[in-house]
Write a protein that binds this ligand. Sequence first.
Ligand code: PLP
Length: 410
Amino acid sequence: MPPTLDTHFARSAFPAFSVPALENRPFFENAGGSYACSTVIDRLERFYREHKVQPFGPFPTSAEAGRLMDEGRARLAALLNVSEEELSIGPSTSQNTYVLSCALARDLRPGDEIIVTNQDHEANSGCWRRLAEHGAVVHEWKIDPQTGLLDIAGLETLLGPRTRLVAFPHCSNIVGQFNDVARICGLVHDAGALAVVDGVSCAPHGLPDIAATGADVYLFSTYKTYGPHQGIMVVRRKLLERLPNQGHWFNKSHPDKRLVPAGPDHAQVAALAGIADYWDMLHAHHFGETETPAPQKSRNVTALFRAHERRLMEPLLEFLANHGEARLIGTATPEERAPTIALDTRRHPAEVAQDLAELGIMAGAGDFYAVRTLQALGIDPERGVLRLSFVHYTTEEEIDQLIAALDTAL
Ligand SMILES: Cc1ncc(COP(=O)(O)O)c(C=O)c1O
């Protein structure tokens, strides 16, 4: 029998659960940013207290600051099953896609085709659509307006000999369904194009084995994976080597600097190692102290998270599936989705969120920067949706509290 997640243990790693203002307030806005774990906070604080100097210099504190940053990169890369050089660490996913699109624009010829979806957060959409200004022909892979899902057959009709790039989400922050990323990347590569995958809504539910996804570019944001406020962009080596440098000219031989013109946030890069510390803690607690390689460790932790989240989704989705006051966006099958659950409510979503807040539930309402997705679903983005998002540290009791509060607020 595989172990089940010990939520009590997991929660003990999050100082937020002991903050009086947050106590007994079930948190259902995790998709906007998760709580940070203590291993991350400790590293961040220690860096600011003890190593806040220009890193990689000759004096001991500077060398140590550089070593801590290298550790952050190396340990996160290992969990993602890619090499450190393939990690571009920027201030956010939105900025990372923007810089990447500037790099790719230089390679485009008039008539080259780009495929985007209307299921994406704007971060993986607008920057690609703007390449039309460089002569690209932009096609939209559209969701089903009822289900919100992307159909592979729809992509197949758009792929062609001029397709250069397909940008799509591993999981939408509104629809919540896991897209079959490996299959989609396979089709994209068969057409000779690049696959750019937004994993922001997927990574909090288990860090991906990026090598296994087949993506040429995979992005996520660590402020949603219990870490510091950074954007991780993995660009596979073959592509990275041929992209024009976007950083300072004299840094062009440094793979980690080529797509990060902002320059690194030293302390936060170092604090990324705290995510790996947390994964190590979880793994040791549930599977024992083993010499398990990092990618396998990550798969084991993902399995723990997903099983727990599926169990918790069951009663909530059952409650919501046929609710007269709200339309559930995406599937009611827990196996197929992340616990990022958007509702098109009969009452104004902002009012429902306000009532939930008064009942002690922290949730959000709005368009969540997925304006195109809402429009495609026939929902006025100005009105938006109510979104209930949880992660592995959420408990059954909190789900019960949420259902009871929804019963009143919807
Ligand atoms: C699915 C998805 N993609 C991209 C982003 C943008 O991430 P960032 O805030 O790091 O730019 C978000 C942010 O909420 C998101 O939910």
